[in-house]
Design a protein around this ligand. Structure first.
Ligand code: NAD
Length: 498
């Protein structure tokens, strides 16, 4: 195994080999080829990364806003120049198509661009004469060492949701990428150093539960951004909050679409197909449930016909659907499909037997559609994270809204309709944080923030955009009075006069 490349840690500006004895393979999900080995960092290595961040914070927080911003101007340029290379690394280790991989990098790039102008969102406020001769002003100061823990499904975008915003606002950072696909993240980190991020300002450790727990417990880490499953996110939120940290967790989902019979059928079915099966369903904003209202229930055969046209194959040939991340993920999805049949849903299209010539060992599952799905079935109650679409039926828009509001998750939702009144009613009544109107995957650009809600999120503030500036800073208010020596001579102030 020694011929395999190893994924390095980044500590204090140096890419270093871990001294751990625990390693796992990074595997190409289309071929099972082992691409590299990733270390499960030791406790001492986590400590060293945090210590580097703590030391670097002393000068980084005083680095002028413009100097910090220009690093991200440079980084966005480097990412653009390396787009094809980054996408190729991502596809090899994660499986998604090259087009999707470029999209993954691009959505992160937008956050880097935003980080380059963050100064305008980190301004304080000033009120003159809050009492006679007394002024109050506020400043938004960086917190110190912040940490990020990221999932496998967007290994470029999600690290880029985190470290550019944390660093641009004056913090230092320890990143823990997904151990399943850390290589594209590391290439982005190399580019960040090339763009001018100083030693210690950005550090990277790799690992699984032990490293995550060490981050949650570490007394010198002030805030943690987590993106991943609800189970792990809830654990991280509870553990790190108990340790006194600020925590934000973006977690699992079950995103519903409502299809009204007045929708533009062709567009609605195309968008639904793309949003359910694209990226093999491994998006936290995938549309995994469609509630067909009234006459739209007759559209199932056309939906199935469209899904059947999707090409499944290795991501580097740019099919419609690549493989799932791991053999375990494929087994889990297949088990859930079997459970759906067992629990009485109608299997309209079965993707389990898909076979890709020349890639017989790839983790492929084809588009799968169930109708007659009900709460209580495992395929409805669990996030499948595969190319499986569940269809439900409702007689009215209000009945469809009630189904969605009764589901605990609140990441995203969409409605397909040509009625402005119906869309407005939906937008007002739906209890989900990100709403699309004839837009299937309504992830906001970084001028806003990612605003998943209810069981899909813990913590008040979202990642990137305006909200994360509040998350990564502490507001300090200063109330000041300056004495005019002559006017105040001889007076002794013993009481607070506000
Ligand atoms: P995951 O929860 O398994 O892993 C996320 C991170 O937690 C990884 O870095 C992993 O190493 C670590 N981890 C895994 N098990 C752990 C444990 N027992 N204790 C401590 N740390 C642990 O998630 P994943 O499978 O990599 O990603 C898919 C999940 O992420 C899906 O549920 C998806 O919906 C969610 N997700 C959510 C969003 C969002 O914005 N809401 C975005 C992307 C992905």
């Amino acid at each position: 195994m020694s011929h395999l490349p190893t994924v390095k840690l980044l500590i204090n500006g140096e890419f270093v080999e871990s001294t751990t004895s625990e390693w796992r393979d990074v595997i190409n999900p289309a071929t099972q080829e082992v691409l590299a080995r990733v270390p499960m960092a030791t406790a001492a290595e986590v400590d060293a990364a945090v210590a580097a961040g703590k030391a670097a914070f002393k000068s980084w927080k005083k680095t002028p806003i413009g100097t910090r911003a220009r690093i991200f101007l440079k980084l966005q340029q480097l990412i653009r120049e390396h787009m094809k290379e980054l996408a190729a690394i991502l596809t090899a280790e994660q499986g998604k198509t090259l087009a999707d991989a470029e999209g993954d990098v691009f959505r992160g790039l937008e956050v880097v661009e935003h980080a380059a102008s963050i100064g305008s969102l980190q301004l304080g406020e000033y009120a003159e004469n809050v009492a006679g001769g007394v002024d109050t002003y506020s400043v938004m100061q960086p917190l110190g060492v912040c940490a990020g823990i990221t999932p496998f499904n967007f290994p470029a975008m999600i690290p880029l949701w985190m470290f550019p915003m944390a660093i641009a606002t004056g913090n230092t950072f320890v990143l823990k990428p997904s151990e399943q696909d850390p290589m594209v993240t590391m290439r982005l980190v190399e580019l960040a150093l090339e763009a001018g991020v100083p030693p210690g300002v950005l550090n990277v450790v790799h690992g699984g539960p032990e490293v995550v727990n060490a981050i949650c417990d570490h007394p010198d880490i002030k805030a943690i951004s987590f993106v991943g499953s609800s189970k792990v996110g809830t654990h991280v939120y509870n553990r790190a909050s108990l340790a006194g940290k600020r925590v934000q967790c973006m977690m699992g989902a079950k995103n519903h679409a409502i299809v009204l019979p007045d929708a533009n059928k062709e567009q609605a079915l195309n968008q639904l197909t793309g949003a359910a099966f694209g990226a093999a369903g491994q998006r936290c904003m995938a549309l995994t449930v469609a509630v067909l209202v009234g006459d739209a229930q007759a559209w199932i055969p056309e939906l199935v016909a469209k899904a059947k046209t999707l090409q499944v194959g290795p991501g580097n040939t740019n099919p419609d659907i690549g493989p799932l991340i791991s053999c375990a993920a494929k087994d889990r999805v297949a088990t859930l499909i079997a459970k759906g049949v067992e629990q009485g849903a109608t299997l309209e299209l079965d993707g389990r037997s898909v076979s890709v010539a020349g890639f017989e060992h790839g983790n492929f599952v084809g588009p799968t559609i169930f109708s007659g799905v009900k709460p209580g079935m495992a395929i409805y109650d669990q996030e499948i994270f595969g190319p499986v679409l569940c269809l439900m039926a409702a007689d009215s828009l209000d009945e469809a809204i009630a189904i969605i509001n009764a589901n605990p998750n609140g990441n995203g939702t969409a409605i397909f309709t040509q009625s402005g009144a119906a869309a407005r009613h939906f937008q007002e009544e739906i209890d989900v944080g990100q709403v699309g109107i004839n837009v299937p995957i309504p992830v906001p650009v970084p001028l806003f923030s990612f605003t998943g809600s209810r069981a899909s999120k813990l913590g008040d503030l979202g990642p990137y955009g305006k909200q994360v500036v509040l998350f990564y800073t502490q507001t300090k208010t200063v109330t000041s009075r300056w004495f005019d020596d002559e006017a105040s001579s001889g007076k002794v102030h013993t009481t607070i006069q506000l």
